[in-house]
Design a binder for this molecule. Structure first.
Ligand code: ZN
Length: 139
């Protein structure tokens, strides 16, 4: 049995999946500090950028592009922050964190607050989740 938390979640946890194909899974993350916070995870258990194959690399940039456009339209984000550390969970994944237009919270302090924050918001019935899913219907 794989002891990776992300691999386990992909197969056993009910999650709010925005988009999924053979190579990537995009999921909404419950966050009290960042509306529209997403995780983008490879389906394969890989740990490094250089492990990405050509198809995964191609999909990655396409998915991020659609996410940025969708978040701007659905929640009015102005910037899309992205970080990938893979330290605690060594499965290649990315934190996609929108910064809303006019928000005073920005930059590294905001990213740190979002990633380190405890979840307290239920994603059920949240309009931004539904809105984002509509952007991936044609992908
Ligand atoms: Zn894994």
């Amino acid at each position: 049995m794989n002891s990776c938390a992300i691999c386990e979640k992909q197969f056993t946890h009910k999650r709010e999946v925005i988009y999924s194909n053979d190579r990537w899974m995009l999921v909404a993350v419950e966050s009290r500090t960042a509306l529209g916070y997403l995780h983008l995870e490879t389906k394969r258990h890989i740990e490094h950028w250089h492990d990405l194959n050509e198809a995964e690399q191609h999909d990655f940039f396409h998915i991020v592009k659609v996410v940025e456009i969708a978040l701007k339209e659905v929640i009015g984000s102005e910037r899309l922050y992205m970080t990938s550390m893979n330290e605690l969970v060594r499965h290649l994944h990315f934190h996609l964190i929108p910064r809303l237009k006019g928000s005073a919270k920005r930059g590294l302090p905001f990213i740190s607050e979002v990633i380190g924050g405890a979840p307290s918001v239920s994603l059920k019935e949240m309009d931004w989740v539904k809105g984002l899913k509509t952007h991936f219907v044609q992908v």
